[in-house]
Design a protein around this ligand. Sequence first.
Ligand code: AMP
Ligand code: GLY
Length: 431
Amino acid sequence: MEQHKALVVGSGGREHALAWALAKSPQVSQVIVAPGNAGTRQEADPGGKLSNININAGDIPALIQFAQSRQVALTVVGPEAPLADGIVDAFETAGLRIFGPSRAAARLESSKVFAKSFMRRHRIPTADYAAFNNYEEAAAWLRAHTGRIVVKVDGLAAGKGVIICATPEEAHAALRRCMLEREFGDAGATVVLEDHLSGPEVSLLAFSDGKTVLTMPPARDHKRIFDDDRGPNTGGMGACAPVPSVGIDLVEKIRSEVLQPAVDGMAELGTPYKGVLYAGIMLTTEGPRTLEFNCRFGDPETEVILPLLKSDLFDILMACTEGRLAEVAPHVAWHTGACATVVLASPGYPGNYPKGLAIAGIESANAMQDVTVFHAGTASADGQVVTAGGRVLAVSARGDDLSAAISRAYWGVSRIAFPGMHYRRDIGHSH
Ligand code: AMP
Ligand code: GLY
Protein backbone atom coordinates (compact mmCIF):
# COMPACT_ATOMS: atom_id res chain seq x y z
CA MET A 1 0.00 0.00 0.00
CA GLU A 2 1.23 3.48 -0.84
CA GLN A 3 2.47 5.39 2.20
CA HIS A 4 1.65 9.05 2.70
CA LYS A 5 2.69 11.85 5.02
CA ALA A 6 0.00 13.94 6.66
CA LEU A 7 0.38 17.36 8.29
CA VAL A 8 -2.04 18.55 11.00
CA VAL A 9 -2.10 22.30 11.69
CA GLY A 10 -2.77 23.36 15.30
CA SER A 11 -1.82 22.45 18.85
CA GLY A 12 -4.87 21.48 20.92
CA GLY A 13 -6.82 18.38 21.91
CA ARG A 14 -8.65 18.47 18.59
CA GLU A 15 -5.36 18.32 16.69
CA HIS A 16 -4.03 15.48 18.86
CA ALA A 17 -7.24 13.55 18.13
CA LEU A 18 -6.93 14.25 14.39
CA ALA A 19 -3.29 13.12 14.37
CA TRP A 20 -4.14 10.01 16.42
CA ALA A 21 -6.96 9.06 14.02
CA LEU A 22 -4.83 9.68 10.91
CA ALA A 23 -1.98 7.62 12.38
CA LYS A 24 -4.33 4.62 12.53
CA SER A 25 -4.59 4.61 8.72
CA PRO A 26 -2.45 1.97 7.01
CA GLN A 27 -2.02 4.48 4.19
CA VAL A 28 -0.30 7.01 6.45
CA SER A 29 3.38 6.58 7.32
CA GLN A 30 3.90 9.79 9.31
CA VAL A 31 1.74 12.46 10.90
CA ILE A 32 3.48 15.75 11.61
CA VAL A 33 1.74 18.32 13.78
CA ALA A 34 2.52 22.04 13.52
CA PRO A 35 3.25 23.10 16.19
CA GLY A 36 1.59 20.28 18.19
CA ASN A 37 1.92 19.66 21.93
CA ALA A 38 3.60 17.18 24.28
CA GLY A 39 1.17 14.43 23.23
CA THR A 40 2.02 14.65 19.52
CA ARG A 41 5.82 14.61 20.02
CA GLN A 42 7.78 11.69 18.67
CA GLU A 43 8.96 10.93 22.22
CA ALA A 44 5.33 10.52 23.33
CA ASP A 45 4.72 7.95 20.58
CA PRO A 46 7.78 5.68 20.55
CA GLY A 47 7.92 3.63 17.37
CA GLY A 48 4.77 5.40 16.23
CA LYS A 49 3.97 7.85 13.45
CA LEU A 50 3.59 11.16 15.31
CA SER A 51 6.03 14.05 15.50
CA ASN A 52 5.96 17.84 15.81
CA ILE A 53 7.41 20.62 13.72
CA ASN A 54 7.90 23.97 15.34
CA ILE A 55 5.86 26.11 12.93
CA ASN A 56 2.93 28.19 14.15
CA ALA A 57 -0.56 27.49 12.82
CA GLY A 58 -0.69 31.07 11.47
CA ASP A 59 2.58 30.94 9.54
CA ILE A 60 1.12 29.95 6.17
CA PRO A 61 4.29 30.49 4.04
CA ALA A 62 6.39 28.33 6.40
CA LEU A 63 3.72 25.61 6.41
CA ILE A 64 3.65 25.59 2.60
CA GLN A 65 7.41 25.39 2.42
CA PHE A 66 7.42 22.51 4.90
CA ALA A 67 4.65 20.60 3.07
CA GLN A 68 6.51 21.00 -0.23
CA SER A 69 9.93 20.05 1.07
CA ARG A 70 8.63 17.00 2.98
CA GLN A 71 6.21 15.90 0.24
CA VAL A 72 3.18 15.99 2.50
CA ALA A 73 0.25 14.28 0.77
CA LEU A 74 -2.53 15.85 2.84
CA THR A 75 -2.73 18.80 5.25
CA VAL A 76 -5.60 19.03 7.73
CA VAL A 77 -6.34 22.34 9.48
CA GLY A 78 -7.64 22.38 13.07
CA PRO A 79 -8.34 26.01 14.08
CA GLU A 80 -10.53 28.60 12.34
CA ALA A 81 -8.07 31.50 12.17
CA PRO A 82 -5.78 30.11 9.43
CA LEU A 83 -8.86 29.02 7.45
CA ALA A 84 -10.30 32.55 7.65
CA ASP A 85 -6.86 33.82 6.59
CA GLY A 86 -6.92 31.72 3.41
CA ILE A 87 -4.58 28.82 4.22
CA VAL A 88 -6.57 26.52 1.91
CA ASP A 89 -6.42 28.97 -1.00
CA ALA A 90 -2.66 29.42 -0.50
CA PHE A 91 -1.95 25.66 -0.32
CA GLU A 92 -4.07 24.96 -3.41
CA THR A 93 -2.34 27.74 -5.35
CA ALA A 94 0.95 26.07 -4.43
CA GLY A 95 -0.39 22.77 -5.80
CA LEU A 96 -0.74 21.15 -2.36
CA ARG A 97 -3.67 19.03 -1.16
CA ILE A 98 -5.39 20.39 1.93
CA PHE A 99 -8.61 19.53 3.78
CA GLY A 100 -10.68 22.57 4.80
CA PRO A 101 -12.79 25.37 3.36
CA SER A 102 -11.42 28.23 1.29
CA ARG A 103 -11.34 31.69 2.81
CA ALA A 104 -14.61 32.56 1.03
CA ALA A 105 -16.32 29.39 2.27
CA ALA A 106 -14.98 29.93 5.81
CA ARG A 107 -17.07 33.13 5.97
CA LEU A 108 -19.85 30.91 7.35
CA GLU A 109 -17.85 31.15 10.60
CA SER A 110 -15.68 34.23 10.14
CA SER A 111 -18.60 36.61 9.52
CA LYS A 112 -21.81 36.30 11.52
CA VAL A 113 -23.46 38.85 9.22
CA PHE A 114 -22.58 36.75 6.18
CA ALA A 115 -23.83 33.58 7.93
CA LYS A 116 -27.12 35.16 9.03
CA SER A 117 -27.97 36.69 5.65
CA PHE A 118 -26.95 33.43 3.95
CA MET A 119 -29.27 31.47 6.26
CA ARG A 120 -32.12 33.89 5.65
CA ARG A 121 -31.64 33.68 1.86
CA HIS A 122 -31.52 29.89 1.90
CA ARG A 123 -34.35 29.47 4.45
CA ILE A 124 -32.10 27.71 6.94
CA PRO A 125 -33.89 27.85 10.32
CA THR A 126 -32.25 30.37 12.66
CA ALA A 127 -33.22 33.16 15.08
CA ASP A 128 -34.56 36.46 13.65
CA TYR A 129 -31.97 39.21 13.62
CA ALA A 130 -30.85 42.62 12.47
CA ALA A 131 -27.27 43.65 11.59
CA PHE A 132 -25.71 47.10 12.10
CA ASN A 133 -22.43 48.87 11.51
CA ASN A 134 -23.69 52.12 13.02
CA TYR A 135 -24.07 52.44 16.78
CA GLU A 136 -26.93 54.99 16.76
CA GLU A 137 -29.01 52.84 14.43
CA ALA A 138 -28.36 49.70 16.47
CA ALA A 139 -29.31 51.49 19.71
CA ALA A 140 -32.50 52.86 18.13
CA TRP A 141 -33.46 49.37 16.92
CA LEU A 142 -32.85 48.01 20.43
CA ARG A 143 -35.07 50.71 21.99
CA ALA A 144 -37.90 49.76 19.66
CA HIS A 145 -37.47 46.02 20.22
CA THR A 146 -39.18 43.95 22.87
CA GLY A 147 -37.92 40.58 24.00
CA ARG A 148 -34.54 39.22 25.00
CA ILE A 149 -31.59 39.82 22.70
CA VAL A 150 -28.25 38.20 22.05
CA VAL A 151 -25.49 40.52 20.80
CA LYS A 152 -22.94 38.90 18.47
CA VAL A 153 -19.87 40.55 17.00
CA ASP A 154 -19.50 39.97 13.29
CA GLY A 155 -15.90 38.74 13.24
CA LEU A 156 -13.88 36.02 14.96
CA ALA A 157 -13.45 36.67 18.68
CA ALA A 158 -12.02 33.41 20.02
CA GLY A 159 -15.42 32.26 21.27
CA LYS A 160 -16.01 35.46 23.28
CA GLY A 161 -18.03 37.47 20.79
CA VAL A 162 -21.51 36.30 21.85
CA ILE A 163 -23.16 38.22 24.69
CA ILE A 164 -26.40 36.83 26.09
CA CYS A 165 -28.37 39.76 27.54
CA ALA A 166 -31.02 39.27 30.23
CA THR A 167 -32.37 42.84 30.09
CA PRO A 168 -32.53 45.77 27.62
CA GLU A 169 -29.93 47.57 29.80
CA GLU A 170 -27.53 44.67 29.38
CA ALA A 171 -28.13 44.70 25.64
CA HIS A 172 -27.33 48.44 25.45
CA ALA A 173 -24.21 47.90 27.54
CA ALA A 174 -23.11 45.04 25.27
CA LEU A 175 -23.65 47.22 22.22
CA ARG A 176 -21.48 49.97 23.71
CA ARG A 177 -18.72 47.48 24.53
CA CYS A 178 -18.69 46.17 20.98
CA MET A 179 -19.28 49.27 18.90
CA LEU A 180 -18.00 52.22 20.98
CA GLU A 181 -15.38 50.77 23.31
CA ARG A 182 -14.27 48.32 20.61
CA GLU A 183 -13.58 45.60 23.17
CA PHE A 184 -13.35 43.06 20.32
CA GLY A 185 -11.45 45.35 17.95
CA ASP A 186 -12.60 45.37 14.32
CA ALA A 187 -14.49 42.11 14.87
CA GLY A 188 -17.14 44.19 16.69
CA ALA A 189 -17.39 47.08 14.21
CA THR A 190 -20.48 45.30 12.89
CA VAL A 191 -22.88 43.44 15.17
CA VAL A 192 -25.78 41.06 14.85
CA LEU A 193 -28.69 41.56 17.27
CA GLU A 194 -30.50 38.28 17.48
CA ASP A 195 -33.62 36.97 19.23
CA HIS A 196 -32.84 34.88 22.29
CA LEU A 197 -33.78 31.22 21.92
CA SER A 198 -33.85 28.48 24.50
CA GLY A 199 -33.56 24.72 24.53
CA PRO A 200 -30.90 22.03 24.67
CA GLU A 201 -27.98 22.36 22.27
CA VAL A 202 -26.34 19.85 19.98
CA SER A 203 -23.29 20.06 17.72
CA LEU A 204 -23.79 18.30 14.41
CA LEU A 205 -20.60 18.08 12.37
CA ALA A 206 -20.43 16.86 8.79
CA PHE A 207 -17.80 16.09 6.19
CA SER A 208 -18.38 17.75 2.84
CA ASP A 209 -16.68 17.69 -0.54
CA GLY A 210 -18.66 20.68 -1.80
CA LYS A 211 -21.70 18.60 -2.79
CA THR A 212 -22.28 15.61 -0.52
CA VAL A 213 -22.84 15.97 3.23
CA LEU A 214 -21.89 13.10 5.56
CA THR A 215 -22.92 13.68 9.17
CA MET A 216 -20.93 12.47 12.16
CA PRO A 217 -22.53 11.29 15.43
CA PRO A 218 -24.26 14.22 17.19
CA ALA A 219 -22.20 15.60 20.05
CA ARG A 220 -22.83 17.73 23.10
CA ASP A 221 -20.26 20.04 24.51
CA HIS A 222 -20.30 21.46 28.06
CA LYS A 223 -19.20 25.08 27.79
CA ARG A 224 -19.54 26.43 31.33
CA ILE A 225 -16.70 26.03 33.79
CA PHE A 226 -18.69 24.60 36.73
CA ASP A 227 -21.08 21.70 37.24
CA ASP A 228 -24.76 22.28 36.44
CA ASP A 229 -23.76 24.78 33.74
CA ARG A 230 -22.76 27.49 36.16
CA GLY A 231 -20.00 30.08 35.86
CA PRO A 232 -18.35 31.62 32.82
CA ASN A 233 -18.05 30.06 29.38
CA THR A 234 -14.92 28.16 28.41
CA GLY A 235 -13.62 26.59 25.22
CA GLY A 236 -15.45 23.42 26.33
CA MET A 237 -15.02 21.35 29.51
CA GLY A 238 -16.13 18.01 28.14
CA ALA A 239 -18.32 16.34 25.56
CA CYS A 240 -20.14 13.19 24.67
CA ALA A 241 -21.39 11.51 21.51
CA PRO A 242 -23.81 10.37 20.34
CA VAL A 243 -26.40 12.39 22.28
CA PRO A 244 -29.08 9.91 23.39
CA SER A 245 -31.96 12.37 22.89
CA VAL A 246 -30.85 13.20 19.32
CA GLY A 247 -31.93 10.19 17.29
CA ILE A 248 -31.38 9.44 13.60
CA ASP A 249 -34.59 11.20 12.53
CA LEU A 250 -33.50 14.42 14.17
CA VAL A 251 -29.98 14.10 12.71
CA GLU A 252 -31.55 13.64 9.27
CA LYS A 253 -33.82 16.66 9.81
CA ILE A 254 -30.80 18.84 10.67
CA ARG A 255 -28.85 17.42 7.73
CA SER A 256 -31.63 18.13 5.27
CA GLU A 257 -32.79 21.49 6.70
CA VAL A 258 -29.45 22.99 7.69
CA LEU A 259 -26.27 21.28 6.48
CA GLN A 260 -27.26 20.23 2.95
CA PRO A 261 -28.90 23.59 2.12
CA ALA A 262 -25.77 25.34 3.42
CA VAL A 263 -23.47 23.24 1.22
CA ASP A 264 -25.82 23.67 -1.78
CA GLY A 265 -26.03 27.41 -1.16
CA MET A 266 -22.26 27.82 -0.98
CA ALA A 267 -21.89 25.88 -4.25
CA GLU A 268 -24.47 28.18 -5.88
CA LEU A 269 -22.48 31.19 -4.72
CA GLY A 270 -19.41 29.80 -6.51
CA THR A 271 -17.62 29.19 -3.20
CA PRO A 272 -18.10 25.43 -2.66
CA TYR A 273 -17.76 24.29 0.93
CA LYS A 274 -15.12 21.57 1.34
CA GLY A 275 -14.12 20.48 4.80
CA VAL A 276 -15.97 20.00 8.06
CA LEU A 277 -19.12 22.02 8.48
CA TYR A 278 -20.16 22.27 12.12
CA ALA A 279 -23.71 23.38 12.90
CA GLY A 280 -24.37 24.57 16.46
CA ILE A 281 -28.06 23.80 16.89
CA MET A 282 -30.60 24.74 19.55
CA LEU A 283 -33.50 22.33 19.86
CA THR A 284 -36.37 24.75 20.47
CA THR A 285 -40.01 23.80 20.92
CA GLU A 286 -40.52 25.05 17.34
CA GLY A 287 -37.81 22.77 15.97
CA PRO A 288 -34.04 22.93 15.43
CA ARG A 289 -32.57 26.42 15.01
CA THR A 290 -29.03 27.16 13.82
CA LEU A 291 -27.07 29.21 16.37
CA GLU A 292 -23.85 29.23 14.42
CA PHE A 293 -21.74 27.56 11.81
CA ASN A 294 -18.12 26.66 12.44
CA CYS A 295 -15.85 25.90 9.52
CA ARG A 296 -13.79 23.20 11.28
CA PHE A 297 -13.86 20.34 13.75
CA GLY A 298 -15.08 21.27 17.25
CA ASP A 299 -12.95 21.07 20.36
CA PRO A 300 -13.67 18.97 22.50
CA GLU A 301 -16.26 17.38 20.16
CA THR A 302 -13.48 15.88 18.00
CA GLU A 303 -12.12 14.03 21.04
CA VAL A 304 -15.41 12.08 21.28
CA ILE A 305 -16.32 11.81 17.59
CA LEU A 306 -13.06 10.43 16.18
CA PRO A 307 -12.74 7.58 18.71
CA LEU A 308 -16.15 6.43 17.40
CA LEU A 309 -14.98 6.39 13.77
CA LYS A 310 -14.35 2.84 12.60
CA SER A 311 -13.37 3.76 9.03
CA ASP A 312 -10.12 5.25 7.79
CA LEU A 313 -10.13 9.04 8.38
CA PHE A 314 -7.45 9.56 5.73
CA ASP A 315 -9.72 7.95 3.10
CA ILE A 316 -12.65 10.20 4.01
CA LEU A 317 -10.59 13.40 4.00
CA MET A 318 -8.91 12.50 0.69
CA ALA A 319 -12.33 11.78 -0.84
CA CYS A 320 -13.53 15.21 0.32
CA THR A 321 -10.59 16.98 -1.32
CA GLU A 322 -11.23 15.05 -4.55
CA GLY A 323 -15.01 15.57 -4.73
CA ARG A 324 -15.60 11.82 -4.24
CA LEU A 325 -17.41 11.80 -0.91
CA ALA A 326 -20.58 10.29 -2.45
CA GLU A 327 -18.50 7.22 -3.37
CA VAL A 328 -16.99 6.77 0.08
CA ALA A 329 -19.92 7.86 2.30
CA PRO A 330 -21.95 4.61 2.10
CA HIS A 331 -18.94 2.67 3.43
CA VAL A 332 -18.16 4.91 6.40
CA ALA A 333 -18.80 3.00 9.64
CA TRP A 334 -18.98 4.10 13.28
CA HIS A 335 -18.57 2.08 16.44
CA THR A 336 -21.70 1.30 18.37
CA GLY A 337 -21.81 2.58 21.94
CA ALA A 338 -20.72 6.03 23.02
CA CYS A 339 -17.72 8.16 23.85
CA ALA A 340 -17.23 10.79 26.58
CA THR A 341 -14.36 13.17 27.24
CA VAL A 342 -13.51 15.09 30.40
CA VAL A 343 -11.31 18.16 30.10
CA LEU A 344 -8.77 18.72 32.88
CA ALA A 345 -8.18 22.45 33.31
CA SER A 346 -5.44 24.60 34.84
CA PRO A 347 -6.05 26.40 38.15
CA GLY A 348 -7.73 29.75 37.37
CA TYR A 349 -9.00 28.79 33.92
CA PRO A 350 -10.95 30.35 32.13
CA GLY A 351 -9.26 33.35 33.78
CA ASN A 352 -5.49 33.67 34.18
CA TYR A 353 -3.58 30.52 35.04
CA PRO A 354 0.01 29.48 35.70
CA LYS A 355 1.97 27.32 33.26
CA GLY A 356 4.70 24.72 33.67
CA LEU A 357 3.01 22.56 36.34
CA ALA A 358 4.18 18.93 36.24
CA ILE A 359 1.50 16.40 35.23
CA ALA A 360 1.50 12.85 36.63
CA GLY A 361 -0.39 9.73 35.60
CA ILE A 362 -0.96 10.20 31.86
CA GLU A 363 0.60 6.84 30.95
CA SER A 364 -1.33 5.01 33.61
CA ALA A 365 -4.63 6.46 32.31
CA ASN A 366 -3.68 5.71 28.70
CA ALA A 367 -2.96 2.09 29.59
CA MET A 368 -6.60 1.54 30.53
CA GLN A 369 -8.72 -0.23 27.97
CA ASP A 370 -10.67 2.14 25.70
CA VAL A 371 -9.23 5.23 27.42
CA THR A 372 -7.26 7.74 25.34
CA VAL A 373 -5.71 10.84 26.84
CA PHE A 374 -5.58 13.64 24.28
CA HIS A 375 -3.19 16.44 25.11
CA ALA A 376 -4.47 20.00 24.73
CA GLY A 377 -2.34 22.62 26.56
CA THR A 378 0.79 20.62 27.33
CA ALA A 379 4.49 21.04 26.68
CA SER A 380 7.56 19.07 27.61
CA ALA A 381 10.23 20.46 29.88
CA ASP A 382 13.29 18.46 30.96
CA GLY A 383 11.68 15.25 29.80
CA GLN A 384 8.52 15.92 31.79
CA VAL A 385 5.03 16.74 30.58
CA VAL A 386 3.91 20.08 32.01
CA THR A 387 0.86 22.31 31.66
CA ALA A 388 1.03 24.98 28.94
CA GLY A 389 -2.58 26.09 28.44
CA GLY A 390 -5.96 26.52 30.14
CA ARG A 391 -7.42 23.27 28.90
CA VAL A 392 -4.63 20.79 29.60
CA LEU A 393 -5.89 17.29 28.75
CA ALA A 394 -9.04 15.69 27.38
CA VAL A 395 -9.53 12.20 28.80
CA SER A 396 -11.73 10.25 26.38
CA ALA A 397 -13.27 6.82 26.82
CA ARG A 398 -15.57 4.59 24.84
CA GLY A 399 -18.18 2.35 26.38
CA ASP A 400 -21.14 0.19 25.39
CA ASP A 401 -23.39 3.09 26.27
CA LEU A 402 -22.98 6.65 27.46
CA SER A 403 -22.98 5.85 31.17
CA ALA A 404 -20.26 3.21 30.67
CA ALA A 405 -18.20 5.68 28.63
CA ILE A 406 -18.59 8.36 31.31
CA SER A 407 -17.52 6.08 34.17
CA ARG A 408 -14.53 4.90 32.19
CA ALA A 409 -13.47 8.47 31.35
CA TYR A 410 -13.66 9.47 35.05
CA TRP A 411 -11.74 6.32 35.93
CA GLY A 412 -8.99 7.58 33.57
CA VAL A 413 -9.19 11.04 35.15
CA SER A 414 -8.64 9.54 38.62
CA ARG A 415 -5.12 8.47 37.57
CA ILE A 416 -4.03 11.97 36.54
CA ALA A 417 -2.93 14.85 38.75
CA PHE A 418 -1.29 18.26 38.58
CA PRO A 419 -1.39 21.11 41.11
CA GLY A 420 -4.76 22.90 41.09
CA MET A 421 -6.22 20.59 38.41
CA HIS A 422 -9.96 20.97 38.10
CA TYR A 423 -12.70 19.48 35.96
CA ARG A 424 -16.44 19.08 35.77
CA ARG A 425 -17.95 16.04 37.48
CA ASP A 426 -21.18 16.05 35.46
CA ILE A 427 -20.00 15.52 31.88
CA GLY A 428 -22.60 13.58 29.92
CA HIS A 429 -25.38 14.15 32.46
CA SER A 430 -28.75 15.78 31.70
CA HIS A 431 -29.40 14.27 28.31
P1 AMP B 1 -22.35 30.90 19.01
O1 AMP B 1 -20.86 31.17 19.03
O2 AMP B 1 -23.11 31.75 18.05
O3 AMP B 1 -22.72 29.44 18.97
O4 AMP B 1 -22.80 31.23 20.49
C1 AMP B 1 -22.20 30.64 21.60
C2 AMP B 1 -23.26 30.17 22.56
O5 AMP B 1 -24.14 31.26 22.85
C3 AMP B 1 -24.17 29.08 22.00
O6 AMP B 1 -23.63 27.82 22.15
C4 AMP B 1 -25.41 29.30 22.81
O7 AMP B 1 -25.29 28.68 24.09
C5 AMP B 1 -25.47 30.78 23.00
N1 AMP B 1 -26.33 31.41 21.98
C6 AMP B 1 -25.99 31.81 20.75
N2 AMP B 1 -27.03 32.33 20.10
C7 AMP B 1 -28.08 32.27 20.93
C8 AMP B 1 -29.45 32.64 20.84
N3 AMP B 1 -29.96 33.22 19.75
N4 AMP B 1 -30.22 32.43 21.92
C9 AMP B 1 -29.73 31.87 23.05
N5 AMP B 1 -28.44 31.49 23.20
C10 AMP B 1 -27.63 31.68 22.16
N1 GLY C 1 -16.75 23.23 21.17
C1 GLY C 1 -17.12 24.40 20.48
C2 GLY C 1 -16.28 24.73 19.34
O1 GLY C 1 -15.40 24.00 18.95
O2 GLY C 1 -16.51 25.78 18.75
